[in-house]
Design a protein around this ligand. Sequence first.
Ligand code: 5GP
Ligand code: ZN
Length: 111
Amino acid sequence: MNYSNCIFCQREQIQFVLENDLAGAFWDRSPVSTGHLLIIPKTHRDNYFALTTPELVAVNNLIHEAKALLDHDFQPDGYNIGVNIHEAAGQTVMHAHIHVIPRYLGDDAHP
Ligand code: 5GP
Ligand code: ZN
């Protein structure tokens, strides 16, 4: 189920740059580095631990596709991949999302 009060369920304002049946990837609106992507399940899940096993596979496939896209477009020197779960850990959007953050030697990104 998708929720009208969830910004990541409002597909008209989210443009997927990569997608498969169960997940999509889009640019973070406030990137901590050039190429910061978010990967979400298409179905609303409150946080990472609520994903189904097929969704975990779909998300993981997109992480690898995101790496290929970012390697090609930006040639980063490394990556941070991270998930915040619950407010105490910094989750601000309550639709599960995985951060894929390219890193560049000497950058001052703070994931
Ligand atoms: P969190 O702190 O929940 O792990 O990360 C939420 C992320 O979502 C932040 O990096 C923030 O910049 C991004 N974000 C929040 N609202 C929007 C939005 O409407 N569009 C996009 N593209 N990113 C968003
Ligand atoms: Zn949602």
